[in-house]
Write a protein that binds this ligand. Structure first.
Ligand code: COA
Ligand code: AMP
Length: 630
């Protein structure tokens, strides 16, 4: 079937279309209601269906006779380990951990934070929660204790599951002390901390609330998956918003499972039994949807990769993993490809491996520049598919749906809207713009299954952040345009969110920290282009006059503070001292102007600027500090 017919069928008859797709799942009770409203008057899918995600990902495949097949490959170049985990073994690990959680009093609707490195136990923990109806919230390991504490206080977990440590190339990241530090800072105190000891000689302090993961699992009874409402929250995943407080994206179960199963076939072109690899982290939405739930739902072998595209040990790692495990489709961020390309511009490592198994290379997480796309196409000789989505959507909103039919690729575009997403480009008044006109990227309601159902504990913010700006639409926070063929081009965020190496971060959050430094009178933090990470944060500061410290000391203190509060993942390294900041006559700092000057892109001088001479001043400072010449 051709893309356009397929897409139109879904937009014309969404209820019929998604009901048919939902039948691909093995429900405990099949839904009769396809789409209705929840108590907040928000859309919900399949509300009278009963389902269990852990059952769909594990037990179903065993019942169908695939128990001995490999469900998970753990490939860890940083520990020189490879493990092959069958569906039988996954069942044992998950059902016993679920039993252990139950013995600790964790049940339906309780929240559990998972703060773990890329090891199979992180996945076991997610699936164990799903098995008993506990709602997990995975926190990315690159976040510092403070960010973890913010999430603990927001979702109030009964239990935290963690590990002694992570490994970043050869650096040990001490997870357990970070958890203890976060709990110290929190108002809400979790009852227990389940600790997986990686036995890598990392010392830690044992607290009364600590429980050893292995002891818990060894002594626990296996338990069966329980029947849950389709709308039961599977997880909360925090993502950066425009304020310092992260947004807890709340996902349902049945709608999400329907969407992911659909996407494995139609977006990624995967057949059950094939190997699928998303080189991300379980702490991000890509990890939730395409390391854990999507591939397992579709009975694809999934890979937990504990390494980096480079330096573990070199730029050949990705190709080694693809070739060795016979990966059919691979998903990574353009940043990872840029890092590889920098180390191996001629693709010599690629030539060393048999990559005949690889059908498609998928890219997402940030804007994909044409040079990266073209290099990957040329070196791999297969379709390279950029696709656009976000934590909120949970799965692709714009893509080249290879499972329907492969369409021509246009560099800079993620291709066409995915089934269920009626994407429109709107102006400030909410009118639909013509082709080639840049505006706000919005999706006409209702959103398809699998997208966010609410913000955890904050339905008002859900409405104000996403639904109020353009009534009748979901507002994505991105800008973009469509061309004459309807191809969607995403040009970037229209808010304070930036994407650093595919990691979504809030500059408002960083600005708050910079501003809290005693010597800072005024500041602006914004994202500028970076040839490796796509974007990186940059701070301009105006200092107070009576200073006891040197500029250098102040700059170092600010950099250290952002690292301590947010985490190393922010890659916050650039702080420039200026005499003044450009502002409007009403005193608003012109951050966009500062960003455009740094990126050396065409800009209009805002008519509201209070003093135009400051532009030359800023240009001189950028020039002196080599901003924009990277
Ligand atoms: N736990 C703890 N710390 C982490 C971490 C984790 N899970 N992930 C990253 N960090 C730390 C790093 O150690 C580094 O610390 P440092 O400042 O002390 O060196 C910092 O956060 C920045 O890390 P990273 O963004 O990985 O940058 P890098 O310069 O070390 O590596 C790349 C550059 C391009 C190789 C790397 O960014 C990369 O692999 N990018 C792809 C990421 C990706 O797949 N994103 C998609 C998400 S969907
Ligand atoms: P996250 O929620 O962390 O997945 O980040 C989502 C944001 O990343 C989106 O709102 C976009 O700004 C950006 N993004 C993700 N994928 C793409 C893409 N393919 N092209 C352009 N921007 C993207």
């Amino acid at each position: 079937m051709k893309y356009l017919d397929f897409y139109k069928e879904c937009i014309a008859n969404p209820l019929q279309f998604w009901q048919k797709q939902s039948q691909e799942l093995d429900w405990f009770v099949k839904p009769t209601r396809v789409l209705d409203k929840d108590i907040h008057n928000y859309d919900q899918w399949f509300s009278d269906g009963k389902v269990n995600m852990s059952y769909l990902c594990i037990d179903k495949h065993i019942a169908d006779g695939f128990g001995d097949e490999t469900a998970v490959i753990y490939d860890s170049p940083v520990t020189q380990t490879k493990e092959f985990i069958s569906f039988h073994k996954l069942h044992e690990e998950v059902s016993k951990l679920a039993g252990g959680l139950k013995e600790l009093g964790v049940g339906i609707g309780d929240t559990v934070i998972i703060y773990m490195p890329m090891i199979p136990q992180a996945m076991f923990a997610m699936l164990a929660c799903a098995r008993i109806g506990a709602i997990h919230s995975v926190v990315f390991g690159g976040f510092a204790p403070h960010e973890l504490a913010v999430r603990i206080d927001d979702c109030k977990p009964k239990v935290i599951i963690t590990a002694t440590n992570g490994i970043e190339i050869e650096k040990i990241i001490p997870y357990k002390p970070f958890v203890d530090k976060a709990i110290e800072e929190c108002i809400h105190k979790p009852e227990k901390v389940i600790l997986f000891d990686r036995k890598q000689n990392v010392s830690f302090e044992t607290k009364e609330r600590d429980i050893d993961y292995e002891t818990l699992v060894n002594n626990a009874q296996s338990i069966e998956p329980i029947s849950l409402s389709s709308t039961h929250p599977l997880y909360i995943l925090y993502t950066s918003g425009t304020t310092g407080k992260p947004k807890g994206i709340q996902r349902d179960t049945g709608g999400y499972a329907t969407a992911l199963k659909f996407s494995m076939k139609y977006v990624y072109g995967m057949n059950p039994g094939e190997v699928y690899w998303a080189a991300s982290d379980v702490g991000w939405v890509v990890g939730h949807s395409y390391i854990v739930y999507g591939p397992l739902l579709n009975r694809n072998t999934t890979i937990i990769f504990e390494g980096k595209p480079i330096r573990t040990p070199d730029a050949s790692t990705f190709w080694r993993v693809i070739s060795e495990h016979r990966v059919s489709a691979m998903f990574t961020a353009p940043t990872a490809i840029r890092a590889i390309k920098k180390e191996d511009p001629n693709g010599n490592f690629i030539k060393k491996y048999d990559l005949s198994c690889l059908k498609y290379q998928f890219l997402a997480g940030e804007r994909c520049d044409a040079a990266t796309l073209q290099w990957t196409q040329e070196k791999l000789g297969i379709p390279v598919i950029d696709h656009w989505w976000q934590t909120e959507s949970g799965w692709a909103m714009v893509a080249n749906m290879v499972g329907v039919n492969l369409l021509p690729v246009k560099p800079g575009s993620a291709t066409l809207p995915v089934s269920g997403y009626d994407i429109q480009i709107l102006n400030e008044q909410g009118d639909i713009l013509e082709q080639d006109s840049e505006g706000y990227v919005a999706v006409k309601l209702p959103l398809p299954p699998g997208t966010l159902m609410n913000l955890w504990g904050n339905p008002e913010r859900f409405k104000s952040a996403y639904l109020d700006k353009f009534p009748g639409y979901y507002f994505s926070g991105d800008g973009g345009y469509k061309d004459e063929d309807g191809y969607v081009f995403i040009t970037g965020r229209v808010d304070d969110v930036i994407n650093v190496a595919g990691h979504r971060l809030s500059t408002a959050d960083m600005e708050e920290i910079v501003f809290s430094h005693k010597s800072v009178a005024e500041c602006a933090v914004f994202g500028i282009n970076c040839s490796l990470k796509g974007q990186k944060p940059m701070a301009l500061i105006v200092l107070k006059s009576d200073l006891a410290k040197t500029e250098k000391e102040i700059q170092s203190e600010i950099i250290a503070e952002v690292r301590t509060v947010i985490g190393a993942v922010a890659s916050f390294r650039d702080v420039l001292v200026v005499q003044r900041l450009p502002k409007t006559r009403s005193g608003k700092i012109l951050r966009k102007l500062l960003r455009n000057i740094a990126d050396e892109i065409q800009y209009n001088i805002p008519s509201t600027i209070d003093d135009v001479t400051i532009i030359e001043e800023i240009k001189e400072i950028y020039k002196f500090n080599k901003v924009g010449i990277h």
